[in-house]
Design a protein around this ligand. Structure first.
Ligand code: SF4
Length: 212
């Protein structure tokens, strides 16, 4: 199987349970909840996306013909002879449109712990080491278990109560990034978590720190 990749880069995880952890981010091209075109945003299933996942023109972006070819590139980006378990986050777009068992196993053979950040509309391969679901459309949500759920807040169409009994180990609320309203949304997350301590706050630290 071939993989269309927007970009691959090494940085610190900004969000959720592994915030602060060095990771390689492998961004898969394409999403099934929005086509990435501004003219379609309003009528899409996900109208607040802040990520460019179209095309294959980013750093190390391209069409990789095999799992081995893609895993080899990812392996070369991880710092040589470094202590600590290599960690790769498969993201997007929607990575589960392309990420398959063959690629996960090849990355694990190279020593990587493999995570995926998904909108939950596809079943996550059981071989994944870490599954983070960030639901955007409840009607299309089929991956209802995993390691962490990260809900953008506030959303008019998904409330924390809609997903708080799903089978996850960690529950995160992350302020909706919408320009001038972001501070208000951040306060709303603080207030909600203080009243409902099952939920913890996740911040997009990479944006706050202006790192990739
Ligand atoms: S599901 Fe994720 S990648 Fe897809 S449009 Fe929404 S925020 Fe963007």
């Amino acid at each position: 199987m071939a993989y269309n990749i927007k970009e691959i880069f090494y940085s610190l995880q900004g969000e959720g349970h592994h915030a602060g952890r060095p990771a390689i981010f492998c961004r898969f091209t394409g999403c099934n909840l929005w086509n990435g075109l501004e003219k379609s945003r309003q009528n899409s299933d996900c109208d607040f996306c802040d990520t460019d996942f179209t095309g294959t023109d980013g750093t190390y972006g391209g069409k990789y013909s095999t799992a081995q070819e893609l895993a080899d590139i990812i392996k070369t980006i991880w710092p040589k002879n470094a202590l600590g378990k290599p960690y790769v986050v498969c993201t997007g777009g929607e990575p589960l449109l392309q990420l398959d068992r063959a690629l996960i196993l090849k990355l694990q053979e190279y020593g990587f712990e493999v995570a995926a950040e998904t909108n939950g509309t596809k079943t996550a391969p059981k071989e994944l080491d870490w599954v983070c679901v960030s639901p955007k459309n409840l009607d299309k949500l089929i991956q209802k278990s995993g390691n962490e759920i990260k809900l953008v807040y506030p959303l008019s169409h998904i409330k924390p109560k809609d997903v708080e009994n799903l089978d996850f180990q960690h529950f995160y609320l992350q302020p909706l990034d919408e320009g001038k309203e972001t501070q208000k949304n951040t306060q709303a997350v603080i207030d909600y978590c203080l009243k409902n301590p099952k939920w913890h706050m996740s911040l997009q630290r990479h944006k706050l720190l202006n790192i990739r």
